[in-house]
Design a protein. Structure first.
Ligand code: THU
Length: 130
């Protein structure tokens, strides 16, 4: 699957975000090693601190289906001039499953950044041996 296709899926699912409080919608599309794509959106709550990011919701869907082998993550946010990088909590959760994962982030069409979890999260919390 091409970067454009994965970004396209993240852009499409972003429309389903539940973000009435921030008005900032995020869509994520996570490509697994077996070719399947797991999507996620941010789901906010009136009790604001309960809001969950799109990236973590995509990971949760994959893990629930028994998939933890991830090869690429696309994230699309509502229009900001610069692409919006995943939050610190999501970086820790991504790192749990993928140490070198390529990540593509786009805001308005074409405003795209290519990075990796290794670049975004160089010094993880890792107290347990796995
Ligand atoms: N959000 C995400 O979905 N992913 C991130 O990595 C950062 C923030 C969501 C959470 C909240 O619903 C909205 O964006 C504004 O913070």
């Amino acid at each position: 699957m091409s970067d454009d296709e994965l970004i396209g899926l993240a852009r499409e699912v972003k429309e389903n975000a539940h973000a009435p409080y921030s008005g900032f919608r995020v869509g994520a599309a996570l490509l697994a090693g077996d070719g399947r794509v797991f999507t996620g959106v941010n789901v906010e709550n009136a009790s604001i601190g309960l809001s969950v990011c799109a990236e973590r919701n995509a990971i949760a869907r994959a893990v629930a289906d028994g998939v933890t082998d991830f090869v690429r993550l696309a994230i699309v946010t509502d229009s900001t001039d610069e692409p919006t990088m995943p939050c610190g909590v999501c970086r820790q959760v991504i790192w749990e499953f993928a140490r070198e994962l390529p990540i593509i982030v786009e805001s308005k069409p074409g405003a795209r950044v290519h990075t990796t979890i290794a670049e975004l999260f160089p010094r993880p919390f890792t107290s347990y041996k796995r």
